[in-house]
Design a protein around this ligand. Structure first.
Ligand code: HEC
Length: 247
């Protein structure tokens, strides 16, 4: 890890910026030295020397100052335009980077806590390292011991009923399950809102990770996480929906 993790463009901009600043300071020093060398005659402090005549002030000085202003404007105006034109691309890049980082964090939360991954919450302990599912020993609330309680795979959870997840019809269902858990099963609640250990951002990171994990495994046509049509085609559980009522 470098102390300043800068992109190539940012590094270039930094180098150019430092060079311009150095040139500016160097110019000021040179100007001051030249003035001092040019000062002849009695040593009068600058503030007490007689100023330029009106004629010089109103012509030479004013012209020079205005010319500098124009030059500065010509520099700034295209610069602003260039920055403004690059802004949408910059924003899109930022958004992609934030999404990618969320997925990375989601994977960290998902894996088992270890020396390399101290912030793991251990979904992988039951759902498998790649979300492939498995079994876990479970004692039900009424004291029944189930040595191999089946744990669903999460690398296909976005398929909903079509990949064996009948209770999942949308991303919202995944979110609710993670936040609230499933009573009477080994799946605990994870949100602080339901006496769990995770905040909302961590839950969102997990969902982003799961959606990404599913992209390679669940075809788009049946992916209820990324395809609104697939989500609409899946009938919601409950007696109120009649088959074929989807929009
Ligand atoms: C102690 C074991 C265990 C742990 C730890 C665990 N789960 Fe689960 N999870 C289960 C079981 C068992 C089910 C299925 C419950 C049932 O029978 O409906 C489940 C169900 C789910 C479902 C719904 C899947 C479906 O097909 O309906 C999701 C999503 C899920 N878990 C996500 C997570 C996430 C994310 C974590 C980590 C924060 C996690 N689980 C940690 C055992 C676990």
């Amino acid at each position: 890890m470098t102390p300043l993790a800068l992109s190539t463009a940012a590094t270039l901009a930094l180098i150019v910026g430092v060079a311009v600043a150095l040139a500016f300071i160097g110019g000021l020093i040179m100007l001051a030295m030249r003035r001092r060398a040019a000062a002849r005659g009695p040593d009068i402090p600058p503030g007490m020397r007689p100023g330029p005549a009106d004629e010089v002030l109103e012509r030479q000085h004013i012209d020079r100052t205005m010319a500098r202003g124009v030059a500065f404007m010509l520099l700034i105006a295209p610069w602003l335009a260039v920055i403004w034109l690059g802004e949408p691309g910059q924003n899109a890049d930022d958004e992609r980077e934030l999404a990618a980082r969320s997925v990375e964090r989601g994977e960290m939360w998902f894996q088992v806590s270890s020396e390399e991954n101290p912030t793991g919450f251990g979904c992988a302990r039951c759902h498998g390292e790649q979300g492939e599912g498995g079994t876990v020993a479970y004692t039900s609330p009424d004291g029944q011991v189930i040595p191999e309680y089946p744990v669903p795979a999460l690398n296909t959870v976005c398929g909903g009923a079509s990949t064996g997840h009948p209770l999942i019809t949308s991303v919202a269902d995944i979110q609710t399950t993670i936040m609230e858990g499933r009573e009477g099963t080994p799946m605990p609640s994870w949100s602080v809102r339901f006496a769990g250990p995770m905040n909302d951002q961590q839950i969102l990171d997990l969902i982003n990770y799961l959606v990404k994990l599913n992209q390679g495994n669940v075809p788009f046509e049946q992916n209820i996480c990324t395809n609104p049509q697939a989500a609409a085609a899946t009938p919601a559980p409950g007696p109120t929906t009649t088959p074929g009522e989807s929009q």
